[in-house]
Design a binder for this molecule. Structure first.
Ligand SMILES: [Zn+2]
Length: 266
């Protein structure tokens, strides 16, 4: 049975559009706290074979709440696992809402030292962009230290719908990606990261998704995040945009539902 079914009738209030649920523990509690915080859906992303499999398992366990995305992350792959992970993605993608987390990471310690690794990242990224385009799925892109190449390759090989997750790159590249019709996402780092905040100030609210990237370390709170922390993103973005939290929730949720095809088609 496909994981995405067409009975999502009510308007959601908040959607965490990028969380690594496979790296969290006590999922029942995590989901409970997210619901209490007003999070009505979570897009769970994969990063390698193990996390892709777990992502599918959580999506099956929390139907209509956890929506799966599958991908090989630029710094979390093991060469031996790649063929089987890509086959796993092919086999499960039609039941997923996106391909992700995929992309490039030139800040990664190994990638900095090795052009060969950067080239391997690019070829994996291209392969997955093409897979997404073939299956008609949007992609969630990681582009740390590599925003220029991440954008250019998405344009050349990717589907129409691309979100540059946690964008914190140069503003001229941001302008280009917005011109290309792509989105960026806001994370709890909207509270403290200068480059991330500058990008969020510049991008129109209609082109921003909200997420937590759980379980990322929140350095200003000295703990890791979970989907309930989407309210941190919401409050920070509302402040940056000088808008009410209700307005920011409404606009970003509508964008997320359209981007991931979560509508009921009503
Ligand atoms: Zn991530």
């Amino acid at each position: 049975m496909p994981l995405i079914r067409c009975h999502v009738m009510k308007m959601r209030s908040l959607i965490d559009t990028h969380a690594h649920l496979s790296d969290l523990e006590d999922m029942e509690d995590v989901v409970q706290r997210a619901k209490q915080a007003g999070v009505d859906a979570i897009v769970a992303v994969g990063a390698n074979l193990r996390t892709c499999e777990t992502t599918i398992r959580w999506a099956e366990a929390f139907t209509d709440y956890v929506f799966p995305a599958l991908g090989v992350h630029p710094t979390e792959w093991a060469e031996d696992d790649i063929p089987v992970t890509l086959r796993y993605m092919e086999a499960h993608l039609d039941g997923c809402v996106a391909v992700g987390e995929i992309g490039l990471d030139y800040w990664n310690r190994e990638a900095r030292k090795s052009e060969e690794i950067r080239e391997r990242q690019r070829s994996l990224y291209i392969q997955q962009l093409e897979m997404a385009a073939e299956h008609g799925k949007p992609v969630s892109v990681h582009g740390r230290g590599s925003w220029r190449d991440a954008l250019n390759l998405a344009r050349q090989h990717g589907p129409e719908s691309v979100v540059f997750h946690w964008y914190s790159g140069p503003l001229d590249i941001l302008e280009e990606l917005l011109d290309a019709g792509y989105l960026i996402s806001a994370t709890p780092a909207a509270e403290f990261s200068r480059d991330h905040r500058k990008a969020l100030e510049k991008a129109p609210l209609e082109r921003i998704l909200m997420e937590t990237d759980s379980p990322v370390y929140l350095r200003n709170r000295d703990r890791t995040s979970e989907p309930a922390d989407l309210v941190i993103t919401l409050k920070a973005l509302a402040k940056l945009k000088d808008a009410s939290e209700e307005e920011v929730a409404k606009v970003t949720t509508r964008t997320a539902e359209t981007f991931f095809g979560l509508y009921s088609g009503q």
